[in-house]
Write a protein that binds this ligand. Structure first.
Ligand code: KG4
Ligand code: ZN
Length: 335
């Protein structure tokens, strides 16, 4: 079965072809980051318009890359939510129109399920069950994953997501938007222990997170210190976030008795986080899995893959009747 995956929930248009026999055949991405940069964040209306411009050419790109024609597609998977309503509608309408024309099923996929299953696109791949840390710009959650569609929330952020904290802190330090990767680069040139920032909720005894206080602590520190302290502040921020994320991951493994951790979402690309998790895993005899680096942030491959799993599990097509779900909890997803 060859599935075309379409991601359009935010500011990335991602298209990909997943072949259930041969694996990922092609993926292509257009990021709108530069377009939104001058506004300091994603402008929903501009995002929708740009998805419309990109989705057809990117479809052609992946078909060409895989050397197949549209008539060889067996199904279309698209991100149904959560995300920006207008942006989601572009992908949903396009997917359903294409599916109707080709007489193949269209399947709506949960964006976070895409992230959650994306480490299964790497080799070696983890076996179920595992604990999963989902760290993106919009979400920070720890889940127990027993199989496709079998997700139980263990803990989540009470305020900002980890990626959001990276982006907002980057903005405070004058690094522009989206600042996460820029902040991580700056942190590599700084001393992590010149300043000490709080580790919010590290000792809370549960598996929840909070990152908004950290941002305020950075603001206070940045105001007091001069321009030349920026790299050290970035490093202090990064190590604080890494301490909290790694500490909660270990606590989740302890609480569930699982020995496998999967990390997904944009912040999963962070090198300091990966180095820490790898070191802790080696120390405690756990195994950690990540998606391929280019599939950490939003992409069509994870949607194609999750769609293929959903179809294999008996998901039915939208039948031309589709809706998007801008707000949609992963736990509401049936098996
Ligand atoms: O998963 P994703 O592409 O989109 C959402 O669904 O949110 O994640 C994007 C987030 C942004 O907040 C971005 O700043 C952050 O992931 N991010 C990083 C890194 N790369 C991306 N944060 C820290 N370090 C990185 N290397
Ligand atoms: Zn995402």
């Amino acid at each position: 079965m060859i599935v075309l995956g379409i991601e359009s929930s935010c500011d990335e248009t991602g298209l990909a072809l997943y072949d259930t026999q041969r694996g990922l055949r092609a993926h292509a991405l257009h990021t709108q980051a530069a377009m939104h940069a001058e506004y300091g964040g994603v402008v929903p209306e501009l995002a929708s318009r740009d998805h419309i411009r990109r989705v057809v050419p990117l479809t052609r790109t992946v078909l060409h890359e895989a050397g197949i024609t549209a008539t060889e597609l067996d199904a279309i998977a698209y991100t149904r939510g959560p995300g920006l309503a207008g942006a989601l509608l572009v992908g949903a309408a396009y997917a359903n129109a294409l599916a109707a024309a080709l007489r193949v099923p269209a399947v709506g996929v949960h964006h976070l399920e895409g992230h959650l299953l994306s480490p299964l696109l790497a080799t070696p791949r983890p076996d179920f069950p595992f604990a999963a840390l989902l760290v993106s710009g919009g979400h920070t959650q720890l889940m127990r994953v027993d199989g496709v569609g079998r997700y139980r929330m263990l803990g989540e952020t009470l305020d900002d997501a980890a990626g959001e904290a990276f982006d907002k802190t980057a903005q405070l330090l004058g690094l522009g938007y989206p600042g996460g990767p820029a902040l991580a680069r700056l942190a590599e040139h700084g001393q992590a222990y010149r300043y000490t920032l709080p580790r919010p909720m590290l000792a809370s005894g549960d598996l929840d997170f909070s990152f908004s206080g950290l941002k305020t602590a950075v603001l206070t520190l940045a105001r007091k210190q001069g321009e030349d302290a920026r790299a050290d502040i970035a490093a202090a921020f990064q190590v604080a976030v890494v301490d909290v994320l790694a500490g909660k991951c270990l606590a989740a493994l302890r609480a569930t008795g699982l020995d496998t951790l999967v990390v997904a979402g944009g912040v999963g690309a962070n090198r300091a986080l990966r180095a820490r998790l790898d070191a802790e895993a080696a120390l405690h005899g756990h195994r950690v899995f990540y998606p391929p680096l280019e599939l950490c942030t939003d992409n069509g491959a994870m949607i194609a893959y999750a769609g293929a799993q959903r179809l294999a599990a008996g998901a039915t097509a939208a039948d031309g009747r589709f809706d998007v779900r801008p707000r949609w909890a992963l736990e509401d997803l049936g098996g």
